[in-house]
Design a protein around this ligand. Sequence first.
Ligand code: CAA
Length: 258
Amino acid sequence: MSDVIFEKKGHTAVITVNRPDTLNALCEELISHINSALDAAENDQDIFTVIITGTGKAFIAGADIGEMYEKDREGIRKWARLGCDLNARIESMSLPVIAAINGYALGGGLELALACDIRIASSTARMGLPETGLGVICGAGGTQRLPRIVGDGIAREMIFTAEKIDAQRALSIGLVNRVTDPEALMDEALAVCEAINKNGQLAVRAAKRAVNASRDTDIHDGCIFEREAFSSLFDTEDQKLGMGGFLAGEKNVRFKNK
Ligand code: CAA
């Protein structure tokens, strides 16, 4: 069976990492297959949102320690680039990506989840950056993205102690947006996607670009970026449909995404 399962559920692509023998640890081949699944989602005009999840008791239990162990400095630099590029791609891709964290999200697995737009966790999930306990640090963006999401102090504590936290703690620090019963996780993730999918997708994508810009710019330039994106949407049919629909008292506007 494939180590990545790609399914379409309405306008949502569900990408399931399926390498349970290693708790879905990220090896070079698996990263390549996740990229192929993301290609399939991006190249399908009918897909508006993406969910990434895992099979078994892990979301992704980190980078594959067996594959990394023998590498030297140059070898690991090239290898780490694969994870960095994957996470940068998830972060900057036009479609919103939701991490449905079904179990362990550790090391490179949590780093991938940090690059997603929204994180939803099963109540049984455990998360952490255990790298310092292995004598290394994160290599795929964890030290950069975690402080932006949970704040500097909490991020330092998680990274220096290498301790795992449970889903409730993750919720309380803003690491995940929601916590659900394990059996409700996919329904919850799909419901969030459905709430996104019904909106104008040109607007959703512009919103993602604008929120992303807020990380890299000061507020002045960020607001200019936002204003330009906002204005550009007035060239679209969706703006007339959405605002015209409101003025006509329509409840369910069907956007054309044009
Ligand atoms: N890499 C390779 N194999 C892994 C793995 C990983 N990250 N995580 C788990 N596995 C393998 C185990 O070796 C084991 O294989 P065998 O059955 O052949 O022995 C199998 O998956 C099942 O794991 P456990 O028996 O350990 O399961 P458990 O329930 O007792 O423990 C766990 C679960 C706490 C997640 C434990 O597996 C664990 O600590 N895994 C490692 C987590 C980790 O340190 N991740 C960070 C990796 S470094 C990194 O990600 C660097 C980076 O930033 C890019």
